[in-house]
Design a protein around this ligand. Sequence first.
Ligand SMILES: Nc1ncnc2c1ncn2[C@@H]1O[C@H](COP(=O)(O)OP(=O)(O)OP(=O)(O)O)[C@@H](O)[C@H]1O
Length: 235
Amino acid sequence: MATPLVVSEVSKSFIMHLRDGIRLPVVANVSFSIAEAECVVLGGPSGIGKSSILKMLYGNYAVDTGQVLVEHRGHVIDIATADPRMIMDVRRTTVGYVSQFLRTVPRVAAIDVVAEPLVVRGTDVDAARARAGELLERLNLPRALWQLPPATFSGGEQQRVNIARGFITDHRILLLDEPTASLDAANRAVVVDMIRQKKASGVALLGIFHDEEVREAVADRILNVTAFSPRKAAA
Ligand SMILES: Nc1ncnc2c1ncn2[C@@H]1O[C@H](COP(=O)(O)OP(=O)(O)OP(=O)(O)O)[C@@H](O)[C@H]1O
């Protein structure tokens, strides 16, 4: 499969079990693909289903119908039907995800939070820390914070640790859920550069960016999720 990510006819409803099983259709017939070295941005108003699409692609939300095809270790895998162990393996090597918030681990230093994805993949700890340091430096995280656990960091500092952790690996597909939401202009510009660098190395990126400047700077294509809204189709 030459295209790293193909989404075909994906539909999703939420069933509200505590509300008499009310069914809330969120998206229907979502179809698109992302090429190597392409950055696609999901657009459309709040609540239209952008995050839900990203979460389905990462295997966090179940897919009701349709396929999410990724090339993983030379095989085409359908995330929609893959078993949890396969999804974990896909996350380790093929599909990365950078969310808006860092899930802090108690007592682990920021530098090790960033280095961990490389260590898990077998990189030597010192080499992984060195790479983590380069990223934290680039993202202007003060050195004095590197050895501290990020639990007490500011929102923007935590977000930069999170970005460094998400960008340290070489996943072929990277999902970005508002990674720049709490950053100042200088650090947003760093992240834009980092995204461009990923693109240049062939990574396929799919992101949500509410900041218009960032969106314009990184997007090759904006996909308006309104087109996949069942509510709109019914209106
Ligand atoms: N786990 C869930 N359970 C029930 N409903 C949900 C769940 N997650 C999302 N929804 C609903 O699905 C719809 C789409 O939400 P989603 O977060 O995907 O939108 P969005 O386009 O990313 O919005 P925003 O731009 O405000 O972040 C919303 O109506 C939301 O309430």
